[in-house]
Design a protein around this ligand. Structure first.
Ligand SMILES: C[S@@+](CC[C@H](N)C(=O)[O-])C[C@H]1O[C@@H](n2cnc3c(N)ncnc32)[C@H](O)[C@@H]1O
Length: 224
């Protein structure tokens, strides 16, 4: 296996690295790593897309969508492929990553960001949701960690707890929904969503990641 570093940045949360993985016997992929931990790659993105497609299917009029966590842009791409979406705010905490999307270090970045419906906000999504106007979005998609059980940043723990989920609920319009991607089947998150929204749907998603079978999870809760 050969790795080629494409970009590296430091922030108050630590190190962010973008690198190309070149196996001798398989396709090349771009990987995003935070503090030495694998966050995602460009090869297996079915669940990043499913986060968007499954949640979009729950909402009749998803005109305004918030995506928490830009990553390599696959959830956002899926949101934009839905013509009902008029505005897509993407909240990303790492400014450097947004820069790599804009300047083409991430090849598909400039084309994605050229969509006039996209607004990139460099911020902590927990703060952005707390400060957003009530009833201003139809769909909130959260994929900022490897899930509540595998936080990329410890500061994100509160995102999966009742006060922040209640703040997110306030931001949703009637008929809207909140969906969360997770690497683990978190009963605590299911319970918190159930208690805030009065309902929760938990869906397993099986994928193969670099030769290993993995099961990821989608959590979705709907407004009345
Ligand atoms: C797993 S990636 C998102 C992948 C994305 N769904 C995709 O399709 O490419 C997680 C992203 O969330 C960002 N992030 C982590 N904590 C955040 C926070 N509190 N607010 C906003 N973005 C955050 C990370 O920097 C990273 O870009």
């Amino acid at each position: 296996m050969e790795y080629v570093e494409l970009a590296r940045a430091e922030s108050e949360r630590g190190e962010l690295v973008l690198r190309e993985r070149r196996p001798h016997d398989g396709p090349t992929a771009v990987e995003l790593r935070a503090n030495g931990v694998f966050v995602m790659d460009t090869l297996e993105v079915s669940t990043e897309r499913a986060l968007a497609s499954a949640a979009l299917a729950l909402v009749e009029h998803p005109a305004a969508v918030v995506v928490g966590g830009l990553g390599l842009g696959f959830t956002m791409h899926e949101v934009l492929s839905d013509h009902r979406v008029e505005h897509c705010a993407v909240v990303e905490i790492e400014e450097a990553l947004v820069g790599w999307m804009r300047d083409g270090t991430i090849h598909h970045g400039p084309a994605l960001l050229a969509d006039a419906r996209v607004r990139i906000v460099v911020a902590d999504v927990a703060i952005a949701l707390t400060e957003a106007h009530p009833a201003s979005y139809d769909l909130i998609l959260l994929d900022v960690d490897n899930g509540p059980g595998y936080l990329v940043h410890q500061g994100n723990a509160a995102l999966y707890e009742k006060p922040l989920l209640s703040a997110a609920r306030q931001v949703l319009r009637p008929g809207g929904a909140l969906a969360v991607w997770s690497a683990d089947e978190s009963p605590d998150l299911a319970a918190a969503l159930e208690s805030v929204f009065g309902n929760v749907e938990v869906t397993p998603l099986d994928v193969e990641l670099q030769g290993h079978d993995e099961r990821y999870w989608l959590f979705a809760a709907r407004m009345d």
